[in-house]
Design a binder for this molecule. Structure first.
Ligand code: BES
Ligand code: MN
Ligand code: ZN
Length: 461
């Protein structure tokens, strides 16, 4: 596994990139030739934040690049390097002062990502960062490849990323890492009791299924990942307005996160027994579609009244989470593009998470900070749970009012986890609404680096 944007060969010959602050300017000028320092002055480069300046050498070729840090000597925004990369011609570069040594190479590569699969004109960007030594290169590369996988999976439209395609992706991943893969398809879901997964997915031509992958030493600590794999969410009969439906190819973003994380865990050889469960469905409409008012007997035995067919994520997840609980994992992590309410509460970039384990929550918050990958705890506020009551079933799939939607959905899921103190639920957006440096519009991995850092600290050999 290697990244086309990183290497350890040719460090000395690579073009240097200097991070220059207001106070560092003077010192940096002293290292330049008289012609170069005149060029710096004549261009009014003073180290202002986000300013970029390219310097020529005596032969007229690109000899150095500077980018401004502003008043602070620290890199307050590690994504700043992404704007620099975008401005560079293809070539080999080195960072003179690694302000965020392991994050910068990751951002360097991510900044050159383009989803060009369907374009005639392919991405020709190839600015290569030369690292001083091999230290961490393997892990950095694995992280880049996991995030790239998440982006690609989310960006691929449903015509090519339906339940069967998601299954093929997981089967391929299993094959590459010697994991065991199995799937329960179509009506077999009913035979095994996964009635909620079947109900949500049965209207679609691409049949619903539950994907299951197991990897690692059987007596190692058990970590189970569960990802919402709604390959497209029309909303079902309670159909979504067109604006909201427009980006619903991304409703398998949770599944994409768990696939990326699983790949990263296996590539890094964490000593865990990993299990990955993905209920893969398309929430579509046909004469056979499930309806508001239907009552589903879920895998756990709990009956659920369907108040709204657009609250389908929690339905497919409830069967998968109940199954996940059966072999008593030490940790269950689920990722799901579950609610619009999570976006209202946190905005697009911060991933809310829910858990009853305070120590785990604190630890995630710490890694979130150190990894520069925002996640934020929201409460599983028990007094809201009665809001999920139904008149004629054990539960309702929607809260009774418009408030606290992300919390209501999390409380619904909690009902299906046997040991909720060993469970974390992430309500991810998996999508960049706009182009930002290093984070192009479209599919995005969010919270993945944070979770991986946590898993590494807890389970690394
Ligand atoms: N996939 C959506 C949630 C979603 C919408 C995530 C937009 C990100 C952006 C989910 O299936 C859904 O439709 N949720 C409903 C739940 C409601 C019907 C209780 C929602 O959030 O509106
Ligand atoms: Mn929905
Ligand atoms: Zn959905």
């Amino acid at each position: 596994m290697s990244s086309e944007y990183l290497t350890t060969k040719g460090y000395d010959a690579a073009i240097p990139i200097h991070a220059v602050s207001h106070t560092g300017l003077k010192h940096w000028l002293e290292t330049l030739s008289p012609a170069q320092s005149r060029w710096v002055r004549d261009n009014n480069f003073t180290g202002d934040k986000n300013d970029i300046l390219k310097l020529a050498g005596a032969d007229g070729g690109l000899a150095a690049v500077a980018f401004g840090l502003g008043a602070s000597d620290d890199l307050t925004d590690p994504w700043a390097i992404a704007s620099v990369v975008k401005n560079l011609p293809n070539g080999q570069y080195r960072l003179m002062d690694d302000k965020a040594p392991s994050l910068e190479p990751i951002i360097w590569a991510l900044a050159q990502y383009k989803f060009d699969h369907y374009l005639k004109k392919k991405n020709s960007r190839n600015a290569v960062l030369v690292l001083k030594d091999k230290h961490n290169l393997k892990e950095i590369t694995a992280i880049i490849s996991a995030i790239t996988l998440v982006r690609d999976l989310v960006n691929t439209p449903t015509c090519d990323m339906g339940p069967s395609h998601l299954s093929a992706v997981m089967k391929d991943l299993s094959g590459r890492h010697g994991a065991d893969f199995s799937e329960t398809l179509g009506r077999d879901l009913l035979h095994k009791g996964f009635n909620a997964i079947h109900a949500v997915g049965r209207a679609a031509t691409n049949q619903p299924r539950l994907l299951d992958m197991v990897w690692g030493r059987m007596d190692a600590p058990k970590v189970t990942l569960v990802g919402k794999g709604v390959c497209f969410d029309t909303g079902g009969l309670d159909i979504k307005p067109s604006g909201g439906m427009r980006i619903m190819k991304k409703d398998m973003g949770g599944a994409a996160h768990t696939l990326g994380l699983a790949q990263l865990i296996m590539e890094s050889g964490l000593d865990i027994r990993l299990r990955l469960l993905i209920p893969a469905v398309e929430n579509n409409i046909s004469g056979d579609a499930f309806r508001p008012g239907d009552i589903i007997k879920t895998y756990k035995g709990t009956t659920v009244e369907v108040d709204n067919t657009d609250a389908e994520g929690r339905l497919v997840l409830c069967d998968a989470l109940a199954l996940a609980s059966e072999d008593n994992p030490d940790l269950i992590l689920d990722f799901a593009t579950l609610t619009g309410a999570a976006r209202v509460a946190m905005g697009p970039a911060i991933v809310p998470f829910f858990t009853d384990d305070d120590a785990l929550a604190r630890s995630l918050a710490q890694y979130s900070e150190s990894e520069n990958d925002p996640v934020w705890r929201l409460p599983l506020y028990a007094p809201y749970a009665p809001g999920l009551k139904s008149d004629c079933a054990d539960l309702n799939n929607m809260g009774s009012g418009p408030y606290g939607g992300a919390i209501m959905a999390a409380l619904f899921l909690k009902h299906f986890v046997d040991r909720p103190e060993k469970w974390v639920h992430f309500d991810v957006f998996a999508w960049n609404m706009t182009d930002q440096p290093g984070r192009p519009k479209g599919g995005e991995a969010m919270g993945l680096r944070t979770v991986f850092a946590y898993l590494k600290s807890r389970f690394c050999k």
